[in-house]
Design a protein around this ligand. Structure first.
Ligand SMILES: Nc1ncnc2c1ncn2[C@@H]1O[C@H](COP(=O)(O)OP(=O)(O)OP(=O)(O)O)[C@@H](O)[C@H]1O
Ligand SMILES: [Mg+2]
Length: 227
């Protein structure tokens, strides 16, 4: 049965000097893997911020299913080599609810579960600052999973990764989608990857947008990086 998690109707958003999103309509069903693509500055992150309720549309509307839990992996993170927390402790920072000075047994188990889901068991005690780019992305993903989200949003989270590491991360995301039914919104510049993983697409352009099942995404756009 179809269950609409997000419904966007005729949504536009203007910043003081320019319009970013214009008359956008689409919806996201539970279990969907949506790929959002478009060139730099077209409004992908802005749209994500609207979904996260950090920005209000200028016109039109967005409806989010009541009580929807969203896990979010942002586009940029500030973690340098000095960052002292272990991967495990970093992941636990995201626990919501009552904060005790220690972790409950249930929370500890949950941390181990998500660490396993992203394949970081072997280095979970290592300081996050010393992890590689791909390992960091997995740790951010694990952190976003800690509160059992219904929807996982990844904003360009594979942009700086080499092709193998990118696939490894996307395989983890695809498994979460297929096996746990987690709904995914994945923002990327990489047309190849958008053709391969998501089942639906939303392609934002300067003049408008196209959207639909991935089979309707033009094949001539398959070549190389789309920037
Ligand atoms: N708070 C803001 N105030 C004014 N302009 C903004 C604001 N946030 C974003 N913009 C502008 O809106 C446009 C869209 O930004 P956005 O970050 O959504 O692009 P994007 O599609 O995510 O790009 P990228 O691929 O580079 O991440 C850009 O021109 C940006 O400079
Ligand atoms: Mg962006």
């Amino acid at each position: 049965m179809r269950e609409t998690l997000i419904s966007v109707e005729n949504l536009s958003l203007n910043f003081p000097n320019h319009q970013v999103l214009s008359d956008l309509s689409f919806d996201v069903q539970r279990g969907e893997f949506l790929g959002i693509i478009g060139e730099n500055g077209v409004g992908k992150t802005t749209l994500i911020r609207v979904i996260l309720n950090q920005l209000k549309p200028s016109s039109g509307r967005i409806r989010i299913k009541d009580g929807l839990r969203i896990g979010y992996v942002p586009q940029f993170r500030n973690v340098d080599v000095e960052y002292p927390l272990s991967i495990e402790d970093f992941i636990s920072l995201n626990f919501t609810g009552i904060k005790l000075p220690w972790l409950s047994r249930k929370e500890k188990q949950k941390i181990q579960t998500v660490i396993k889901q992203v394949n970081l068991e072997h280095i979970s005690k290592r300081p996050l600052g010393l992890a590689s780019g791909g390992e960091k992305q997995k740790a951010y993903l694990a952190q976003a999973l800690i509160n059992d989200p219904d929807l996982l949003i990844l904003d360009e989270s594979t942009a700086s990764l080499d092709p193998n590491t990118k696939r490894e991360l996307l395989d983890v995301v695809l498994r979460l989608n297929k096996e746990l039914g987690l709904t995914i919104i994945f923002v990327s510049h990489d047309m190849q990857v958008i053709h391969e993983y998501p089942d639906h697409f939303l392609w934002l352009t300067k003049d408008g947008y196209t959207s639909g099942p991935i089979s309707e995404l033009h094949n001539d756009s398959k070549e190389g990086e789309y920037v």
